[in-house]
Write a protein that binds this ligand. Structure first.
Ligand code: NAP
Length: 416
């Protein structure tokens, strides 16, 4: 399937300044432009930077017999061949675009696809946009990151032609719920594919000034024992979020100058010029428990507040400013996202019920006091002996002023 934004001819002509022009050609385009075939071991990884070295799409590589742990330590030969990761983003909405910027800043190749045509945006941001998951798979990404809405993820994942991907491919997701994608991946992905479930606990708003110190939850659900490349790619993917940030631009400019400079400048950092998230390794179940009690509650309060149409006043307190911000942030996320937090997290219903009970408790505390006052008044109004009637009348102004008129009392009782 072709689109104006993703057609081979148009994307091969993109000229991005410095860092961006590293990464845009499809494997087919490369095969048209390239003068010779590079060695099978290295051509895939170096493809974005040294695309002139690549002639044909890489055939599936044979698995290494090295154990998973040994594979975590790249050999000199492997290090020499390290290049940018090829990361496919499936679902290029709000969050997909946001996270793509981070991958690009770190010099990785980003291939995106989505229901909507983001070709123009991608052209401007050094991302290769293709119009179908088939085309994504033909690009042979190292990692496929699912960034679709929670609600559409199942149909999106099931539509991927897995047979077109290499066996060491890693599937990752960024969904705000975790048990659901974990179970879906385990059910539908070929057994040799790696699975890393993640939840960056930030978004385009909270992470707009960088990812440093923001929590990043991950669960390495499955990595094929003995697959050196898969283990290494998984490590590199996570490391993108993990370390302190480096001056990515400087490094990428060096790589543009010459292949030799590229090797010297980037291998020590494994090309992972990371942005310093706080990495939290946690099971998907545990994530969902915590997230229901924190993130889902936050979104729910924000949604409730949004129905109050709160406005800024000349006397805003800090707390009120926080509520205004919360409301604004919450409604900037799609309702689909919020509904997904509810529908796809088994703990969410309990939290809604807790919230309901908590609200009732607070109301009872408030109205309980009010009832005491009302009761007192009712008792005070109880028929009194005739002789005291005159005195009683005089004493009515001893009641709290805001409840002194029977009309007001009626009003309040109606509201209760
Ligand atoms: P979203 O509304 O949850 O998802 C929008 C994405 O889903 C877009 O790429 C959209 O494609 C795609 N989509 C929606 N319906 C679809 C359908 N029927 N078929 C195919 N694709 C469909 O908003 P989001 O903020 O971009 O979130 C994306 C993912 O990131 C979600 O899973 C969310 O939980 C996760 N996440 C979000 C945040 C955040 O702060 N926003 C933070 C962490 C994780 P088109 O754009 O092409 O229509």
């Amino acid at each position: 399937m072709a689109s104006s934004s993703s057609s081979s001819s148009s994307s091969s002509l993109h000229l991005f300044p410095t860092t961006s022009n590293l990464i845009t050609q499809t494997s087919k385009q490369r095969s048209l432009h390239l003068p010779f075939q590079h060695s099978q071991n290295t051509h895939h990884q170096n493809s974005s930077i040294h695309s002139t070295l690549r002639l044909h799409p890489a055939p599936h590589r044979r698995r290494s017999n090295v154990s998973c742990i040994a594979a975590a330590l790249p050999s000199a030969e492997e290090e020499e061949s390290l290049g940018p990761l090829r990361i496919a983003i499936v679902g290029f909405g709000n969050f997909g675009r946001f996270i793509a910027q981070g991958f690009r800043r770190q010099g990785h190749t980003v291939i995106a696809t989505s229901r909507t045509d983001y070709g123009e945006y991608c052209r401007q941001h050094g991302v290769l946009f293709v119009r179908s998951v088939d085309e994504v798979c033909e690009e042979e990404p190292d990692i496929v990151v699912i960034c679709s809405s929670i609600l559409s993820t199942e149909s999106v994942v099931r539509s991927i032609p897995f047979e077109k991907l290499r066996p060491e491919t890693i599937f990752a997701d960024v969904l705000s719920v975790k048990q659901f994608p974990r179970n879906l991946f385990l059910e539908v992905l070929p057994p040799e594919f790696g699975i890393v479930c993640t939840h960056p606990m930030f978004g385009p708003e909270s992470g707009k000034d960088g990812w440093a110190a923001l929590p990043f939850v991950f669960d390495r659900v499955r990595l094929a024992a003995g697959d050196a490349r898969q283990a290494r790619n998984c490590r590199r993917f996570l490391r993108m979020f993990e370390d302190e940030s480096h001056n990515a631009d400087l490094c990428l400019d060096v790589r543009c100058i010459s292949p030799l400079a590229y090797i010297i400048a980037t291998v020590p950092n494994d090309l992972s010029l990371s942005e310093g998230c706080r990495m939290v390794e946690m099971s998907c179940e545990e994530h969902d428990r915590h997230a229901a009690g924190s993130q889902f509650i936050t979104h729910t309060i924000g949604r409730i507040l949004s129905h109050l149409n709160l406005e800024s006043t000349p006397i805003n307190t800090k707390g009120y400013e926080t509520l205004l911000k919360l409301t604004e942030n919450t409604v900037s996320d799609s309702f689909d996202l919020y509904y997904g937090l509810f529908m796809y997290n088994v703990n969410a219903t309990e939290q809604i019920e807790n919230l309901d009970r908590a609200f009732e408790t607070v109301k009872q505390k408030l109205f309980g006091r009010l009832h005491d006052i009302l009761r007192k008044q009712i008792v005070d109004r109880a028929p009194t002996p005739m002789k005291e009637k005159g005195e009683r009348k005089k004493k009515t102004n001893l009641n709290p002023s805001f409840l002194s008129h029977s009309e007001k009392i009626k009003d309040l009782s109606i509201r209760i």
